[in-house]
Design a protein around this ligand. Structure first.
Ligand code: NAD
Ligand code: TDX
Length: 338
């Protein structure tokens, strides 16, 4: 079995590659990653010399590169993580989100028509459903909730989801889709709330909280996401969408306070800044399908996950300091393109 992981030099993709190599001893893993600002070859450095792993630097929206990769590697399964993933960047510059998240997904799907696979899995997000009101903790999104994205990022992810389903109906490409809540854990780029708060606090710099800090996210530790995807590849039904939520809803203010407390840093570092445009209020997922059909439930609590995450950033200071200084880009630029 050979699994192609796209976007594997990013946060969740790199964690998934390590998960696969550890839990599927008979599986080879191939990665394609463009190494944008969010990709970091240092995240995959421990795999140098691993015979079951190969890395290609390439763009999923580059049809010639994707064709070359598929003809050379002939993957059995594709798991598509590659994306522009940061909401704030999509508000500043939406075009690259359309290019990678929509056209890139389409380019991979076309390759799967020419070189058939047993599964194309699209890694999507709870943000495609839009948001829920703050005061209604009884409301959840199910897989049948309408798509109502708020940002160019979530609109591009929703577009990719429906494109995937159209390739199943029209061409028979065997797609599945997962929509997960906010992930956190090792190797997350320090522009996202939790690693940003950690890096700022460790450098004794203000931690920005948008608006009032009341917006609510549901936090999923990254290994729980990896285990869910692993189960889905074996037991998920083609054509179906699966929600993966952490069941750990917290306001942003609660999250930042939890991080600062884990680092024994005072709350006085919190700085309220102007709100994000169109800022989604609350996300919450019903995960009954994943529980019933995949036997999946998150195992890592928020308290435990924050502790593990903070420890990882404390023990891997060079990883994120090289990002803050820009040094990692030099290392990325040395990797040859496909
Ligand atoms: P990330 O930004 O950390 O990593 C994205 C990776 O994709 C990077 O390595 C980047 O270099 C690569 N990439 C970007 N454009 C590419 C292109 N055109 N061709 C090839 N590679 C390209 O993102 P992440 O947080 O690991 O998210 C992975 C996936 O999971 C995304 O599809 C995202 O939408 C989805 N998701 C993320 C979260 C979350 O909380 N992080 C939650 C739900 C869903
Ligand atoms: O400095 C900050 N201050 C702040 O208050 C940042 C970066 C964020 N925030 C707020 C905005 C959000 O309400 O914290 C919340 C989390 O923000 P992000 O880390 O940017 O994540 P979010 O916008 O919720 O999206 C994330 O989860 C869903 C991922 O980036 C997406 O890729 C995923 O689909």
């Amino acid at each position: 079995m050979k699994i192609l992981v796209t976007g594997g030099a990013g946060f969740i993709g790199s964690n998934f590659i390590y998960y696969l190599l550890e839990h599927r001893p008979d599986t080879d893993v191939v990665c394609i990653d463009k190494l944008t600002y969010a990709g970091n070859v240092a995240s995959l450095k421990p795999l140098e010399g691993e015979p079951r792993f190969r890395f290609y630097r390439g763009d999923i929206a580059d049809a010639a590169a994707v064709e070359e990769l598929f003809s050379r590697e002939r993957p059995d399964v594709v798991v598509n993580f590659a994306a522009e993933s940061h909401v704030d960047r999509s508000i500043d510059s939406p075009q690259v989100f359309l290019q990678t998240n929509v056209l890139g997904t389409g380019t991979l799907l076309d390759a799967c028509r020419k070189y058939p696979v047993s599964r194309f899995h699209q890694v999507s997000t709870d943000e495609v459903y839009g948001d829920l009101p703050l005061g209604r903790r009884d409301l959840f999104f199910t897989e049948d909730s309408p798509l109502k994205p708020s940002s160019p990022y979530s609109a591009s992810k929703a577009s990719a989801d429906v494109l995937c389903l159209s390739y199943l109906r029209t061409y028979g490409v065997p797609v599945t889709i997962s929509r997960s809540s906010n992930n956190y854990g090792p190797r997350q780029f320090p522009e996202k709330l939790i690693p940003l708060a950690i890096a700022r606090a460790l450098n004794d710099r203000p931690v920005p909280v948008y608006g009032t800090g009341e917006n609510v996210r549901d936090w999923l530790y990254v290994t729980d996401q990896c285990r869910a995807l692993d189960l889905l590849l074996d037991q998920g039904e083609v054509g179906k969408v699966y929600n993966f939520g952490g069941g750990e809803a917290r306001s942003n203010l609660e999250v930042v306070k939890a991080v600062l407390s884990a680092l024994s840093v005072p709350d006085s570092l919190i700085e309220y800044v102007p709100d994000r445009k169109g800022h989604d209020l609350r996300y919450a997922l019903s995960c009954a399908r994943a529980e019933k059909e995949l036997g999946w439930r998150p195992a890592v609590s928020f308290a435990d996950g924050i502790e593990r995450t903070v420890r990882w950033y404390l023990e891997h200071r060079d990883w994120w300091e090289n990002i803050l200084s820009g040094k990692y880009l030099k290392e990325n630029s040395l990797v040859r393109r496909i």
